[in-house]
Ligand binder design. Structure first.
Ligand SMILES: Nc1nc2c(ncn2[C@@H]2O[C@H](COP(=O)(O)OP(=O)(O)OP(=O)(O)O)[C@@H](O)[C@H]2O)c(=O)[nH]1
Length: 308
């Protein structure tokens, strides 16, 4: 209550002073009516209206933050409440015959108040539109956030599927090739086992950054799942994609990631595979890419067996 009064001190004080001034002017110029001459129905109507406007004013000031819109609406409500107040006083005080100034005091604040409220409502509408635009932007951001991987700054599998669908349509329209490269870390489970999940997370983040650095601005890198990344390469044929895949594989092999706890260098290897889009759905293309990766992993198995 205290902070409410402090916040709107000038508005409320202005209204009380104006009401008081009106009362004194009427008392100075007129005469109090006898009880029997008071029309109570008018008092009820005019006084009730004034109280309702005052209630609206309090509700407005409590509900809204301070600012231009609140100021305009509050000033409008004050003018209208003042106008009703002067009307109520009229019921209790006789003013000299032929006096015109009381008409001005009673009636002039009403249109001024309505005008101020009209401006206030116009700006309120604009404010609402700006808030709605902002909310819908935030909502879109939130919705799209769910399409991003929690660990790396990359798109998720769902995001990849969406983008792939669009890229396939675009490549068909522009008659340009489109290729995918998959990069899957070898034996990543062993890193988790040996250094722990948190270290594994750091490795995935470092690899994501490294792959991004080695891709072109038009390429899109997503994390499909676990230690598997997919790069979508627009306008790229199979030969160029294979070359890029080799570069990415070399980059991973030469990554000098040091473990957090002992500063030990982790040696990483990745398997890569490439698929150029034919006339197929995103699912068919991803299936073909995964098969190519499985074949690449199979080729690696004998080497692993020899090493162990
Ligand atoms: N640290 C960490 N590990 C993850 C995350 N997501 C999946 N993994 C782990 O990644 C590992 C993936 O295991 P696999 O699919 O067998 O892959 P791999 O060990 O690299 O084996 P190959 O691919 O056959 O060489 C599992 O141990 C998962 O628990 C993650 O967000 N953070």
């Amino acid at each position: 209550m205290k902070s409410f009064l402090r916040l709107h001190l000038f508005t409320l004080l202005g209204l009380v002073l104006a009401a008081n001034l009106g009362l004194h002017i009427y008392l100075a110029a007129g005469q109090i009516k006898p009880w029997a001459a008071i029309k109570w129905l008018d008092v009820l109507g005019e006084g009730g209206s004034m109280l309702i406007w005052l209630a609206w004013l309090i509700m407005l000031l409590r509900a809204r933050p301070a600012g231009r819109v609140t100021r305009l609406l509050a000033s409008g409500l004050c003018c209208i409440a003042f106008s009703w107040w002067m009307d109520v006083l009229d019921e209790f005080i006789w003013l000299p015959e032929g006096a015109l100034w009381d008409n001005w005091l009673e009636n002039a604040p009403m249109p001024i108040g309505l005008l101020l409220m009209t401006f206030g409502i116009y700006h309120l509408h604009q404010e609402q539109q700006a808030i709605s635009a902002q909310m819908s932007k935030r909502e879109r951001l939130f919705r799209e956030h769910r399409l991003f991987d929690r660990l790396t700054p990359l798109g998720s599998a769902q995001y990849l599927r969406q983008q792939l669908q669009m890229a396939l349509e675009q490549s068909e329209r522009d008659n340009l090739p489109l290729s995918l490269v998959v990069i899957d870390l070898d034996d990543f489970d062993a890193i988790n086992q040996r250094y722990g999940q948190a270290e594994g997370d750091q490795v995935l983040q470092a690899v994501a950054q490294l792959l991004l650095l080695n891709l072109r601005p038009q390429d899109l890198l997503c994390r499909l799942a676990g230690d598997r990344f997919i790069a979508l390469l627009p306008g790229t044929g199979e030969r160029q994609a294979r070359q890029l895949a080799d570069e990415l594989q070399q980059a991973v092999a030469s990554l000098a990631h040091k473990s957090q706890r002992h500063g030990e260098r982790l040696h990483l290897q990745a398997s890569v595979a490439v698929a150029m889009a034919l006339e197929e759905t995103p699912e068919q293309l991803l299936k073909r890419l995964n098969l190519a990766l499985a074949r690449a992993k199979q080729r690696l198995e004998p080497v692993r067996d020899l090493a162990s």
